[in-house]
Design a protein around this ligand. Structure first.
Ligand SMILES: Nc1ncnc2c1ncn2[C@@H]1O[C@H](COP(=O)(O)OP(=O)(O)O)[C@@H](O)[C@H]1O
Ligand SMILES: [Mg+2]
Length: 645
């Protein structure tokens, strides 16, 4: 366990981590496993880049080889030029032709080569920039593809957000960074080895000294990279909190309250508080690493100075050529630089590959809402269905309380079911179980006599047309917002209008500047319109009507509608009743009077079941709720009457 008590975000992360060796004999195996998992991560990254664009990978390999040999060639060319200059000095001649003949070819070579290096550098920058974007995009695609398949239950857990944040934060730029670093290692290795060969002529031990000197630096760097990674992963919560505070400040839905309650400063204050905490950790890590590296570089400088002196001494005693001094000291400097850069680069790869873990952990997020049988059933569409709950109990993941308790009921084809119950009774949860957004903790939900788990999930979802209380509002056009109810088919303008008519949305749509083509919301389009919440609700209901579904589920769809609009929608539902099963949640119990079945949910229990007449006769919860509401209406009515008179 690292300093600060690093806790992995999930079991999956645990599996990715190598257990520490317990005894000395374990060490080789441990190292082998480490290298293996490192190579696996590297392979994963290379695959990502290859998927993004194969040609980029090939160009990068070519660049890496060139960058490797280039410093050696350039050192030879410079040394050659220096030696020529020295030769000219020794000649002590003023003959222009002779001097030019000696110097010019060497000069041309030097500058020609510099131009080539510049050219390759430009291309390399271009490739890096482009490949960065492409690979970032590729990773984003993968994350979106994965997000598509993630169960709703995952969204109830903070760990999931942590995994998602960790995966998407760095995964965009880390792969390309790791690839570049890997290639730069290849280049550095090639050039460092060549310089070692060159330097061996005068000071064979110098490279060893350099490598030995780099060890403390390597250890410190690796240690800090690991700490940095752990810190970043652990503090995902800080970043998510900061994002939450700053997003809330510019969120259209919350900004009204923030202004009127004067909450903005509270949010900014909280943001700063979290930032200070987050920054404190980063500062400690960065300063700590900085101090170490200053100390190390002090020692390194002293030793290098001694080595330079040794080379100067050897060269003056030997060939005495100035170019040779330049070549050997250049070689030494390059080796030192190469070793230093190797330490940084390897640690970058190491850290980058750790960050890739985050992505792998996210990609491994388990999907549980899948068919329980190997050959899933398809739902027979365009027919009426029987739905049965058999002793269904449910608690939300990560909680201890049953929200649905041992519920059993049957809904026959063509039924209109109204769910009645107080807030928090479990009505919405029941609908989530019915549609298999969640699986029951106990019991089964049967569709046409078979467990819904046996059905193909998308075929099952296709059968439902659902509008939840917190329905989606999309920044698309009016007709697209409606047609999202059935994306499987091409947008049918007539059907869109028909659906809008059924949900009483047609009236306001026709008054819009561009009718059905009017863009909604004003985030992207200055001509966009912002419907009122009741208008949004009508659009959402239109979406349900548009869907080619057999079971229509409307969860408090009329809460924001006026009584007349609600009545119109009921009439439409009545018309649909023939070939569809409808579930309806409403607090206005007048809607229940026409239902073929009323389910009264009370504290997660199915308290009463029957038609309006049956339940009124029973004089239980429903009777109580209904008479309270009816009395209120009657009282209001009487009051209005007396005011008028
Ligand atoms: N995602 C969730 N995680 C944990 N508890 C939840 C979640 N959603 C709802 N609940 C709880 O389940 C209970 C029933 O909620 P819900 O079905 O939405 O009630 P209703 O729709 O009848 O108002 C409530 O106590 C609520 O707090
Ligand atoms: Mg609800």
């Amino acid at each position: 366990m690292g300093p600060g008590g690093f806790r992995p975000p999930s079991e999956a992360a645990d599996k990715l981590r190598e257990p520490k060796p317990k005894s000395f004999c374990d060490v080789p195996g441990y190292v082998r496993r480490l290298v293996k998992s490192f190579c696996q991560r590297l392979g994963y990254i290379i695959k990502l880049v290859w998927e993004a664009k194969p040609s980029l990978l090939i160009i990068m390999v070519i660049m890496a080889v060139f960058n490797g040999v280039s410093p050696v060639i350039s050192a030879y060319i410079s040394a050659n030029l220096l030696n020529k200059v020295a030769e000219v000095i020794l000649l002590e001649t003023a003959d222009f032709a002779l001097v030019s003949a000696i110097l010019l070819p060497a000069m041309l070579l030097q500058f020609g080569y510099m131009f080539l290096v510049g050219l390759i550098n430009s291309v390399s920058n271009m490739v890096t920039r482009l490949s960065g974007e492409l690979v970032g995009n590729r990773v984003k695609q993968r994350i979106m593809d994965k997000a598509k398949t993630i169960d709703l239950s995952s969204f109830d857990m903070p760990e999931f957000y942590e995994k998602f944040e960790n995966a998407s934060r760095e995964a965009g730029n880390r792969p390309i960074q790791v690839i570049r670093a890997t290639f730069s290692i290849v280049s550095t290795l090639i050039s460092a080895l060549s310089f070692v060969v060159i330097l061996a002529a005068v000071a064979w031990f110098a490279p060893l000294v350099v490598v030995f000197l780099s060890l403390p630096s390597a250890i410190i760097t690796f240690w800090y990279r690991k700490r940095n990674f752990n810190y970043m992963r652990r503090r995902s919560i800080d970043r998510r909190q900061m994002a939450y505070y700053s997003d809330t400040l510019v969120n259209k839905d919350t900004v009204k309250e923030l202004k009127l309650f004067g909450l903005s400063d509270t949010f900014i204050f909280n943001y700063n508080k979290v930032f200070d905490r987050y920054f404190g950790g980063i500062k400690r890590l960065t300063v700590g690493e900085g101090i170490w590296s200053i100390c190390i570089s002090l020692v390194t400088t002293l030793v290098n100075c001694a080595l330079f002196f040794y080379i100067a001494y050897t060269v003056t005693m030997g060939s005495g050529k100035i170019g040779d001094y330049s070549l050997y000291t250049g070689a030494l400097t390059s080796i030192a630089a190469a070793v230093a850069s190797m330490v940084t680069t390897v640690s970058t790869i190491y850290e980058g590959s750790l960050f890739i873990d985050n992505m792998i952990v996210f990609m491994n997020e388990k999907q549980r809402i899948i068919p329980s049988v190997s050959e899933p059933r398809k739902v027979a569409k365009h027919s009426a269905h029987t739905i049965e709950f058999k002793n269904v109990s449910f608690r939300y993941p990560g909680t201890q309380r049953d929200v649905i308790k041992n519920m059993s009921f049957t809904v026959s084809p063509g039924d209109t079911v109204v769910l009645v119950g107080l807030n928090g009774a479990g009505k919405t949860t029941l609908l989530k179980l019915l549609t298999r957004l969640y699986d029951p903790t106990d019991g089964v939900v049967l569709l046409d006599g078979h467990d819904i788990k046996e059905y193909d999930v998308s075929s099952l979802y296709d059968m439902y047309g659902v509008i939840f209380q917190d329905f989606g509002k999309y920044a698309f056009s009016v007709s697209e917002n409606i047609a999202f109810g059935d994306v499987g088919r091409e947008l049918d303008a007539e059907r869109v209008k028909e659906a809008a008519r059924s949900s009483a949305a047609d009236e306001f749509i026709e008054c819009l500047p561009d009718g059905y083509d009017t863009p909604l919301m004003r985030v992207f389009d200055k001509n966009g319109i912002e419907p009122s919440i009741g208008q949004w609700q009508k659009l959402a209901i239109a979406r349900a009507f548009y869907s080619d579904s057999d079971v229509l589920i409307l969860d408090e769809p009329t809460a924001s509608l006026d009584a007349i609009a609600e009545q119109e929608i009921f009439n439409q539902l009545d018309k649909l009743r023939e070939d569809k099963t409808t579930f309806f949640v409403s607090h206005r119990l007048s809607s229940a009077t026409m239902a073929s079945k009323i389910l009264v949910v009370d504290g997660g229990v199915l308290a009463e079941e029957g038609t309006h007449a049956e339940l009124m006769a029973k004089k239980g919860i429903y009777h109580n709720l209904f008479t309270t509401q009816a009395n209120r209406y009657v009282a209001e009515h009487a009051e209005n009457e007396s005011r008028i008179n």
